[in-house]
Design a binder for this molecule. Structure first.
Ligand code: C2E
Ligand code: MG
Ligand code: MG
Length: 742
């Protein structure tokens, strides 16, 4: 503001007044004194001063208002940009420069369009042209780019101004846009697949989405204003909700499975997550619950559980669940002191029914069996199906005295056995299918579950052995026998590779006690058990299949001996008999094996004799015939061992390429006193002679036995009377001097 001229001093005014009076003593017909004039001047001066002051005041006000306007302009909440008709920035306020992220000086005279993203430039050009052309205003939303390439949304309100320029006001709407986007997402999210429910702090429902209606069956207007209690299934107790509210208070969040009730009344399972929404002051303002239905998962879970623990055919617990239940029953018994029992059931002829009547009938029979067993036990007792035709029953809470408990278990077992022995009517047919039962008692849980099952199983086998449709209790002696057998089996597997097998040779002599041959008999030199006779391990070897490598070893050893003996004048004419087991003989490549062995050892097949038993010959007659003929063609002879003990069919005997029949030891034993045995022995000899076969008696221990046999035309013998089975060296020594060693 321009400063007013300084006020004249009083001395200066007096001088001016005196000069005026001196020059114009009278003015307007009146004379004035200098004082009067001075007074006038002073008044005038005051007036002037007042005028000056008011001028200064208005100037000040003007300046203030201009400043105000300027700062209003510069710091306005919106940016102002004045754009020329060529599109250049002619002016802009500080807000605009800040918004555009650049110095004002650098922005001036730049093309405003250069600040728009490429896609928006055309629209901007059209807008400014329209505004200029129509001399009015228009607005639009655009995306601009800051110096640092950051994009932001602006709203441009443009107005045509004098001088062919456009004043555009810029409002940054990015935050608003983001909020709008957030709202849009929230709206979409709210209508998502998950059911949602928003309540106020008092659990009054404010909003639900469509998925909520889908799951619960309630429309929004049916639940808004109510509490979620409308969905309550009544399946959760108070403590469930207490825990839920506690979690919400302490963690602001809860999730879990919840059973709720639909509008239709049907109960369903849902997975519910509840979040607490707090106001800025920290107080709870809302609860947001989202949930999805898991009824199907639950049903699937139940189905999986059913499949995992129950037998699909009979719906009885399966082996897995049974093991669990046995464990529980054992624990229960050790707490209460009561005995429990395990009943192991196996149907006696189920396989035959299943094979001959079809699986459909088999299935029906199993279902009926399950029903009958269940009917025979108490409610709490477990009946399980182990698989196939095997069932197990757990009886609990029997007496705490073993004998009484056995009595109780036996009674239940007999009742079940009896029920199962009754005829089954399936379709039009009547079927019979009894069961064998094994029972074992338990009173504590010292034994593993598997062991208990094995005991019951063993007892069941004893019941089978005892003729089926019967019940047997487990006896520890059974266990010992089983353990013995399994340790023997483990040892036998190693016997061959550890060279523990031996061949002994028992001489065979003629009427003049001349050595005519020998039978090779197997022994097992066991490190702890000593020399184990074949009767103790051959049946096991047959069961386990170990007889195959063992039998091959026997044949190979025998052939090697034959070949070794061929150089000795005394031994070279001997026939060596080897026992061949059924399983060994049934191998499809048995003939090839023997051919191979003969070639390998160079043994003369005519010196080799195979001892077969009646039962094995009759097992698969066609196959046996074929093999015997093939082997006979190689030069090998056959002797029928243990004759008289089996069920020989004479018609077969005549067709077999046999050379010899061996009278079993059991018929020789009581000769000559036993009239019956005498008749049997005689008959065998006569029959053999009739068929043109040789006959030899085994187990000849006494001279009267030999004499009897000789009298009845049997002139070949094997037995202790002549020699026991001997190790190779001893046998060879015996061959040199038979009579002395006998
Ligand atoms: P086996 O073939 O009937 O053999 C005759 C058995 O009677 C032999 O018993 C023999 O030692 C015995 N023995 C012979 N003379 C007398 C006697 O005067 N009195 C008495 N008390 N016994 C006599 P071993 O050696 O214990 O053989 C038993 C069975 O084992 C044999 O009966 C045979 O079936 C089987 N066996 C032996 N070695 C083999 C083999 O290498 N392979 C196969 N598969 N089985 C064999
Ligand atoms: Mg024999
Ligand atoms: Mg025999």
């Amino acid at each position: 503001m321009a400063k007013p001229p300084p006020a004249p001093s009083p001395e200066f005014l007096r001088k001016v007044a005196e000069a005026e009076v001196a020059q114009f003593p009278a003015k307007g017909g009146r004379t004035r004194s200098a004082d009067e004039l001075l007074h006038e001047l002073q008044v005038h001066q005051i007036e002037l001063q007042m005028q000056n002051e008011s001028l200064r005041q208005s100037q000040l006000a003007l300046e203030e208002s201009r400043d105000r306007y300027l700062s209003l302009y510069e710091f306005a909440p919106v940016g102002y940009v004045t754009v020329s008709c060529e599109g250049l920035i002619r002016q802009l306020n500080l807000t605009a420069a800040t918004l555009l992220g650049q110095d004002r000086a650098r922005l001036l005279n730049r093309r405003f369009a250069g600040l728009f993203i490429a896609e928006d430039r055309d629209r901007w050009h059209r807008l400014i042209l329209t505004v200029l052309k129509r001399q009015d205003s228009s607005s639009g939303e655009f995306i601009l780019q800051r110096g640092d390439q950051e994009r932001f949304h602006v709203r441009l309100d443009c107005r045509a101004m004098d001088g062919g320029v456009v004043r555009a006001s810029l409002t940054d709407v990015s935050a608003w846009k983001r909020a709008e986007e957030g709202l849009r997402i929230a709206a979409v999210a709210f209508e998502s697949q998950e059911a949602m429910m928003v309540t106020d702090a008092n659990s009054v429902i404010l909003r639900v989405n469509q998925a909520f209606t889908r799951v619960t069956g309630f429309e929004a207007d049916e639940v808004i204003g109510k509490t979620p209690a409308v969905l309550s299934s009544g399946r959760h107790d108070k403590s469930f909700y207490l825990r839920m509210w506690q979690a919400l208070r302490e963690q602001g969040f809860w999730q879990g499975e919840m059973w709720n009730r639909r509008k239709s009344g049907k109960i369903y399972a849902e997975w519910l997550c509840i979040s607490v929404v707090c106001a800025p002051d920290g107080r709870i303002s809302h609860y947001v619950g989202t949930f999805s239905e898991i009824t199907q998962n639950k049903e699937a879970e139940a189905e999986i559980h059913r499949l995992a623990y129950y037998d699909p055919l009979t719906h009885l617990p399966n082996r897995r669940l049974l093991q669990d239940r046995i464990g529980q029953a054992m624990a229960g018994s050790s707490r209460s002191g009561h005995h429990g029992a395990l009943l192991f059931l196996d149907l006696d002829n189920f396989k035959t029914i299943n094979d001959t009547r079809g699986h459909e009938v088999g299935d029906q029979l199993l279902i009926e069996t399950a029903r009958r067993i269940q009917a025979g036990v108490r409610e709490g007792d477990t009946v399980a199906r182990l698989g196939g035709d095997e069932f197990v029953v757990i009886l609990e809470d029997l007496s705490n005295e073993a004998q009484n408990a056995a009595l109780q278990a036996g009674l239940v077992g007999e009742k079940i056995r009896d029920a199962l022995a009754q005829a089954y009517f399936i379709g039009e047919q009547r079927h019979h299918c009894s069961a064998s039962l094994g029972v074992t008692l338990f009173q504590n849980h010292l034994e593993p579950v598997e062991m208990l099952l094995r005991h019951a199983d063993l007892a069941m086998y004893k019941a089978k052995e005892a003729g089926r449709n019967t019940l047997r209790f487990f006896d520890p002696a059974m266990q010992t026998a089983v353990e013995e057998r399994s340790s023997l089996e483990a040892d036998l597997r190693l016997a061959l590779e550890r060279r523990q097998l031996r061949l002994y040779y028992q001489p065979q002599v003629d009427a003049d006690e001349r050595l005519i041959g020998a039978e090779a008999l197997l022994r097992w030199q066991h490190p702890d058990r000593g020399l184990v006779p074949p009767g103790d391990f051959i049946p096991l070897a047959e069961e386990t299949g170990l007889i195959l490598p063992i039998g091959l070893w026997v044949l190979e050893t025998a052939c090697a001996n034959i070949e070794a003996w061929s150089a000795s004048p005394i031994l070279r004419d001997l026939r060596l008999a080897v026992n061949v087991s059924a399983r060994q003989f049934q191998q499809p490549d048995f003939v090839a094996q023997v051919t191979g062995l003969l070639a390998q050892t160079g043994a003369n097949p005519r010196r080799l004799k195979m001892e077969l038993t009646e039962s094995m010959v009759l097992k698969d007659v066609a196959d046996t015939f074929g093999k015997m003929h093939a082997l006979e063609a190689l030069g090998i002879g056959f002797s029928l061992d243990d004759f008289g003990t089996g069920h020989s069919s004479l018609s077969y005997l005549t067709r077999l390429p046999l050379e010899q029949i061996k009278i079993d030891r059991s018929f020789v034993l009581n000769l000559p006193h036993s009239v019956n045995d005498g008749i049997v022995a005689q008959t065998i000899i006569t029959m053999a002679r009739g068929l043109g076969l040789d006959v030899i008696a085994e187990g000849v221990e006494t001279e009267p036995q030999r004499a009897f046999l000789a009298r009845h035309d049997c002139h070949a013998y094997q037995g202790y009377l002549f020699a026991r089975p001997l190790p190779l060296a001893e046998f060879e020594a015996f061959a040199q001097h038979p009579r002395e060693d006998a």
